[in-house]
Structures are given as C-alpha cells and as structure tokens.
Design a protein around this ligand. Structure first.
Ligand code: NIG
Ligand code: FE
Length: 400
C-alpha cells in the first residue's frame, strides 16, 4: 500500500474497538488514516515520509465540542462580585451577565473579535485540539450573530482546526426586547435562524433553557424552527435548575444536552432513548462554585455517552485548557480518566454529529491525532497546568 506518511514507535490509545495498541503504526493517505495497528502486523506500506513517535502515547486529536470562543471584553468584574456573594442569576437579572458581553461584543470590531478569539484558540490548539465547536449568542441581532459566526468560521481558515458553528441566538433576550421574550423568539425563528442558515453559517442550533433565559415552550419554538431548516439541535439544559431541559432536548433528538447538573432520572432516560450525549462542563461548575453534581452515575447506568468541554466563555468558564477540564471532570465529577478521555474524543465527536469521521484512531477516519510525552494516558487527566503535547497531526499534516 502507498501512503503519504507513516507514524511509528508510539502507543496508540485508539478510543475505538482496538483499545490500546502498543508499539503501533499509523499510515496516512489523503488526510485520512489508511491503516492503524501493531507495527508487527503492519502490511507492506511504502510511505513518502516516516515519523518516529519516540515511544510517546498517541490519541485522536482532542475535540472541544462546546465553546463560546468568540466574544468581546471579559467579565472579571462579575467574578469579583460573585466572590463577594452575588449569584450568577442575581447579576443576570440586574442587567449584567450575558447581556453585558452582548454590549462588548457588538462594540468590538470584527478585527478585535477575531484577534481575541484567535488568542484563546491558540491555547486550545497547543494542547492537541483539532476540532472545536464555536457558538454565537453574544450578538442577539442578525448582523451581530452573523459577525460572530463569520469570525468563528474564519478561525478554521487561518488555523489547522475544524470549526463547527452553532447558532445560539436564543442565549438571552436581546436588550432591545427586554420584557418581550416571545417577540425576541419570533425574531430568532422568523429572521435570524433562516437568514444565517441560508448563508451556510450554521451547523447546529442551541438555546439556553433556564429561568433567566428561555422557557421550555420558547425553546421548543426555536427547535421547531431549527428542524424546519433541517438543522440539528443541542441545549444548555438544567444548569441552574431542573426545567426539564434534558427531556426536551431528547424529544427533539438533540445531539447533546449540556451542563445537566439538575437533570432528573426521567431526563436521563429520555436522553438514553434518543442517543443524546451528556455534555459535562466542569469549568462552569467550578467557577460558579456549584454544589449540585450532574447525575454521572445515572448516565453510566442508562448508557448515556458523556462528553467533556471547556465551555470557554467570559461569564461562567473562562477556560482555555481542555486538559484542565479533563482533570476537573475526574476530580469534581468523578469520571474515570478513560471516561474523561472518551469525553474529549469519541463522545465529543458524537456530540457534534461527527462520529463517522472523527474521534477515534481507526482506518477511514480523519488523520487527526496528538502525541504526548506521558508514561500513561491517565497522566493527561492528572497534571495541573502542564502541557505534555509533543506533536499534532491535522488531516494528515504535521502542524506541531
Ligand atoms: O454555557 N449558560 C449559559 N451560557 C454560558 C454562559 C454565558 C455567559 O455567562 O456569558 C454557559 O455557561
Ligand atoms: Fe455554554
């Protein structure tokens, strides 16, 4: 077999059926994995380039499947207010929170938006991230939502990363519509979503279903609009209270339901039946100093796949390290290191509807992988503030 490149002398944590392959070889052709397995069993492969992995561990490229990477300003001041006793909900009700970032995002020029998002993205990429989901939701009008999604897509042109864009116009009620949430939902469903979808800027549709955001009925209207446009949905669900968000997401066959600290067993069952991924966001749990844990044991018992992401955003999770989220998923949520690693690879791909092409090291999948200077994969969840990422391959190309 002819290959563009051959990577050998590494241990592969495939995250697929092959599990761990010691002393593995990975052959790449046309940006995809052509063959992966034990070097001793390798067929005859003539590769244009050969790369020695020097005994490192290799994983699929990491996937950060829930971020709000594009935003203006920051909310360090609200962080201080919370430390002095104010709650996230109180700050939001007083006109701060998401709406304060909306003002900063609208005020930022396209260049500034792109530059600050690029700085954050660079931190993620340095840790072996090869796919990132980016949400809008700090524009809340057609023009500003479009600017956010364009900024996100532009990152994918400029950096070796696959960017998936999610329209989160139903993140908060736009300031112009204060007190008129239903009218704002009309705008989202009747104008913002159809226009941005027609421009090809939307891979999925998200909403924030919560007391301080949209009701289940309003969320359902947004989902109906998404379905009418043929777009998959996901949901910020049950983060601060149990509003039945997980079950609602499942009812619409959502790719994922996210946060889920307050989700009931009924919600978990509905997710299991629908194949909806549980997206765990330990950075937000940590920064808001939450005490109610997501029902991890129920996800296990009912076979709901769990993913882990940074939720990088200026309000609840100013996180630019997916490795730190692995640690928090283990320490705070009691995931095993292997569960956490599945959460940023195989299950993260599923949460984006990309599991046919990404998330595992298997023949036919995208040749996205990272090589790590660790003695055991659990170390990826163990170190705090270290970055053992040594090499990154994106679509078959060595990019770090
Ligand atoms: O994922 N919960 C809603 N959305 C974001 C936070 C947004 C913000 O506070 O700016 C989240 O936690
Ligand atoms: Fe979020």
């Amino acid at each position: 077999m002819d290959a563009d490149s051959l990577w050998f002398n590494g241990h592969a944590l495939t995250m697929g059926e092959a599990g761990v392959v010691r002393d593995a070889a990975i052959a790449v052709r046309g940006g995809r994995i052509a063959w992966v397995g034990p070097r001793a069993a390798m067929p005859d492969i003539r590769a244009a380039e050969e790369h020695d992995l020097e005994g490192r561990w290799v994983t699929p490229g990491l996937i950060d499947a829930h971020t709000h990477l594009v935003f203006g300003g920051n909310r360090a001041h609200e962080f201080e207010m919370r430390l002095e006793g104010a709650s996230y909900e109180e700050i939001a009700r007083a006109g701060g929170g998401i709406v304060s970032t909306v003002k900063a995002t609208r005020a930022a020029g396209a260049e500034e938006l792109a530059a600050s998002a690029a700085r954050r993205l660079e931190r993620l990429l340095a840790e072996g991230v090869t796919v990132v989901e980016v949400k809008s939701g700090y524009g809340l009008d057609l023009e500003s939502e479009r600017a956010m999604l364009r900024a996100a897509r532009a990152l994918g042109e400029r950096y070796p990363v696959t960017v998936r864009t999610t329209c989160l116009a139903a993140h908060a009620v736009a300031p112009e519509y204060a007190g008129r949430a239903d009218a704002y939902v009309d705008l989202v469903c009747g104008e913002i979503l159809p226009a941005l979808a027609a421009e090809g800027l939307v891979d999925a549709v998200d909403a924030f279903c919560e007391r301080i955001a949209f009701s289940p009925e309003q969320t359902a209207r947004v989902f109906d609009a998404a379905k009418a446009l043929g777009l998959p949905v996901k949901l910020h669900a049950d983060q601060l209270s149990d509003g039945g968000g997980a079950a609602l997401a499942a009812r619409y066959g959502a790719l994922s339901a996210d946060h889920l600290e307050h989700t009931s067993e009924e919600g978990v069952r509905a997710m299991a039946a629908a194949g909806t991924v549980a997206m765990l966001l330990p950075g937000a749990f940590y920064l808001l100093r939450e005490t109610k844990l997501p029902p991890v044991e129920l996800f296990r018992r009912h076979g709901v796949p769990m993913a882990v992401a940074t939720d990088c955003n200026p309000g609840t999770s100013p996180a630019v390290s997916l490795l730190l989220m692995l640690n928090m998923a283990c320490t705070l949520f009691r995931l095993t290191p292997m569960e956490a690693l599945a959460g940023v690879t195989r299950n993260a791909a599923r949460a984006l509807g990309m599991h046919a092409t990404h998330g595992t090291l298997e023949a036919g999948k995208a040749a996205d992988f990272a090589a790590w200077d660790v003695g055991h994969p659990a170390e990826l969840c163990y170190w705090l503030g270290a970055n053992p990422c040594a090499r990154v391959v994106k679509d078959g190309r060595a990019v770090a």
